[in-house]
Write a protein that binds this ligand. Structure first.
Ligand code: MRU
Length: 354
């Protein structure tokens, strides 16, 4: 175990390469993987060594720099053409989290807008990746503070249910949904976190629980099917989750199982908050039905470790995300404040989206 209170940074630029916390090995092993080639970063995103929408964005930004560094030409036009190839490779890794596409777009914009030699372009790209990394950390802290303002006033100490991992590991650090939890804990407003285990990959049981333990935050892990029971029994005062992509009308894609949580929260009159940076809002999509949903390998369902769970003959369907309709969401908490889903466009698009 790391020392209590240790800061968790899943993506770090160190000397001349990127260090990733290998999230496939937590909580049993804390291992850093060194990435110095774009192709290795693409694989790390695809295999979920790094995961969580904002963390994928930060990793992809560094991936763009690593790819740029590998380009040999000194001709600007040829460089930009090859950089587009690097962008295509990184975009192909995971389809749902829009932060990936957002970060790659920021990097391409830097390349096109920087005047100078290819070497100067490369230097500018590293700077942009580092800025995306640093800004995400600030953004998460702001989300934490804004979230604290809208949590229910009673009881004094809240039980908060969360799903998957929207914590430090899923961002540059601190977290979005877990950022709100961290702020509530720091301000004496948190009694306990209920962490859904989050089948099939168990990000809640493995990662959210690990983060809470690092900080001494009381955490109870439940299986996904226990959430409704806990709400019915009055054990949950608020649900706070992250997001992978939010459409302009507020419909929100997040880890599979989020939609059913929102339905149950509504049935029990429990507030349901989505915590996410503005970079997770895709104003180009008018509703959630347009959000591409990643389907992952069936082995995530039919096996746990080396143990096969099902008969060989059955078929599988393994969507990694679902879409929660906006009317089920009490508020979307961003770094600029908390908004009713219906107000996202009016309040945020013109002011904060370039
Ligand atoms: O498949 P994952 O582990 O990348 O999915 C992560 C989630 O669904 C998170 O809730 C979301 O990315 C928000 S992370 C701040």
């Amino acid at each position: 175990m790391m020392s209590p209170q240790a800061q968790v940074y899943p993506v770090i630029w160190y000397e001349d390469s990127v260090l990733l916390i290998d999230q496939t090995r937590l909580p049993n092993e804390y291992t850093l993987v060194e990435i110095s080639r774009c192709e290795d970063m693409a694989e790390a995103i695809k295999t979920m060594i790094v995961r969580g929408a904002p963390a994928i964005g930060v990793a992809a930004a560094y991936g763009m720099y690593l790819g740029a560094r590998e380009i040999q030409t000194q001709d600007r036009e040829q460089f930009l053409t090859q950089l587009e190839e690097v962008a295509r490779r990184l975009r192909s890794t995971r389809p749902t989290a829009v932060n990936l596409f957002w970060a790659i777009a920021q990097m391409l914009r830097t390349a096109y807008e920087t005047i100078g030699s290819v070497e100067q372009l490369k230097t500018a790209l590293l700077k942009t990746a580092q800025n995306i990394n640093a800004e995400d950390l600030q953004t998460c802290r702001a989300i934490g503070d804004r979230g604290l303002e809208v949590l229910p006033a009673t009881p004094d100490k809240l039980n908060i249910l969360t799903h998957c991992n929207a914590g430090a590991l899923a961002t540059a650090g601190y977290g979005t949904a877990l950022g709100v939890v961290r702020s509530a804990w720091a301000n004496g407003r948190l009694a306990r976190v209920y962490a859904d285990e989050t089948r099939p990959r168990l990000q809640g049981a493995k990662l959210t629980a690990w983060e809470c333990v690092q900080e001494g935050i009381p955490v109870t892990v439940i299986t996904d099917s226990m959430a409704a029971h806990c709400m019915q029994r009055g054990l949950v005062n608020a649900v706070v989750v992250g997001a992978d992509r939010i459409a302009a009308n507020g419909d929100t894609a997040n880890k599979i199982g989020t939609y059913s949580l929102a339905l149950v929260a509504k049935a029990h009159n429990i507030p349901f908050f989505v915590a996410a940076p503005v970079s997770t809002i895709d104003f180009e999509l008018s509703t959630g039905s347009e959000i591409p949903i990643e389907e992952r390998d069936p082995s995530e369902i039919y096996a746990i470790g080396d143990t096969i769970l099902t008969p060989a003959e059955v078929e599988f369907y393994n969507p990694a995300f679902d879409v929660t309709p906006a009317p089920l969401i009490t508020a979307i908490v961003t770094e600029h404040g908390a908004f009713a889903p219906s107000l996202l466009q009016a309040q945020l698009q013109d002011r904060y989206v370039a």
